[in-house]
Ligand binder design. Structure first.
Ligand SMILES: [Zn+2]
Length: 339
């Protein structure tokens, strides 16, 4: 997996990435309704994540991109594709009292169209005056998760059974980026997520060095937060909260989301002793007992395309985590550090 270091002011970071990718990336055409939706999202972004708008501006200047088209791409990506059944992902976090090392552990398998695997990369991000982090993404500015220098760790998933319409708001990959740049605790991250409007149904998992684990489920305009102290929480791609029934349709839950959910449940509930990092890695890699998976959707190969896991210890300098550069069943976990 490619590792890119991005440092400086938000404008400078955007400019650098724009300069790097201008030769091989062009944003797709933007229909008028998406442009209008993006304008509404931008007004909200101005209020909640103004630094990231500055980064988008730098990105456009660095890559010679049209600002409004790129804002539509980044602020409203996915607006035209409501359901994405190829989306997967499995995430869980375990409190320190249950782990062999005595530290909380956070684990994430990322499942998507396998043709995106080469685009996925690790970025070491350090915005001037903000927190450093190790992050994962397959495109610019927004991220799917990672860990910052305070140990705060986060990952996002789509809620595939959400039936509501897109709402003007902040896309989850931008919320996640803002959280790692700015927040030190799970409570701070949850507080941010409780304030911002969200665009669609999504699920955030968050954990910190203080053993505070949260699962945040959004079904705009609703949000539900589940906390666990010293225990564990897990999620796949469907809601756990019963109060979201009016915003969801059980028939939209991908069968493998339920299958992976039950595997994590069994793994965590049937443990005979404290859980070691190596046990979690085996679980993330395994097809039979664990949650690595591969399938076809509309003729395209989909499945787990990368994986990461981390102990959230008290000394997160350098920031460190273990990740695979491809499917965990085929690639070894390697340590990545950013100091
Ligand atoms: Zn596999």
């Amino acid at each position: 997996m490619k590792a890119n270091i991005i440092e400086g002011s938000y404008y400078e970071m955007g400019f650098k990435v724009g300069s790097q990718i201008k030769r091989f990336f062009k944003p797709p055409p933007c229909p008028p309704e998406k442009l209008e939706f993006s304008r509404q999202c931008k007004e909200i972004a101005r209020q909640y994540i103004p630094d990231l708008l500055e980064e988008i501006k730098g990105f456009c200047d660095g890559g010679n991109y049209n600002l409004e088209s790129m804002e539509a791409f980044l602020l409203a990506l996915g607006f035209e594709f409501f359901h994405t059944p190829e989306g997967g992902c499995t995430v869980f976090a375990i409190g320190s009292k249950l782990t062999e090392s005595g530290f909380p552990i956070f684990a994430r398998n990322y499942d998507w169209d396998e043709s995106f695997q080469d685009l996925c990369g690790i970025s070491f991000i350090h915005p001037e005056g903000k927190l450093k982090s190790i992050t994962f993404s397959d495109h610019m500015i927004g991220i799917y998760g990672g860990k910052n220098e305070t140990g705060l760790t986060i990952a996002i998933l789509l809620a595939e059974n959400y039936t509501g319409k897109w709402q003007p708001g902040i896309r989850m990959i931008l919320s996640t980026r803002w959280i790692l740049d700015n927040c030190r605790t799970t409570e701070e991250a949850v507080s941010f997520l409780e304030q911002v409007p969200h665009v669609r149904g999504q699920i955030f998992m968050i954990a910190d060095t203080d053993d505070n684990i949260a699962r945040v489920e959004t079904a705009p305009p609703r949000i539900a937060v589940t906390y666990s102290k010293n225990d564990y929480l897990y999620t796949t791609n469907h809601y756990q909260v019963k109060s979201f029934e009016q915003y969801s349709d059980p028939s939209l839950i991908p069968p493998n989301s339920v299958e992976r959910f039950n595997k994590v449940k069994n793994f965590l509930e049937n443990r005979k002793s404290k859980i070691a990092l190596k046990d979690i890695i085996e679980f993330l890699k395994s097809h039979e007992e664990g949650v690595c998976n591969h399938f076809e959707f509309e003729g395209r190969k989909c499945g787990t395309i990368y994986s990461w896991v981390t102990e959230i210890d008290k000394t997160s300098d350098p920031i460190h985590l273990m990740a695979t550069i491809g499917p965990p069943c085929k690639f070894n976990y390697e340590k990545y550090t950013f100091s």
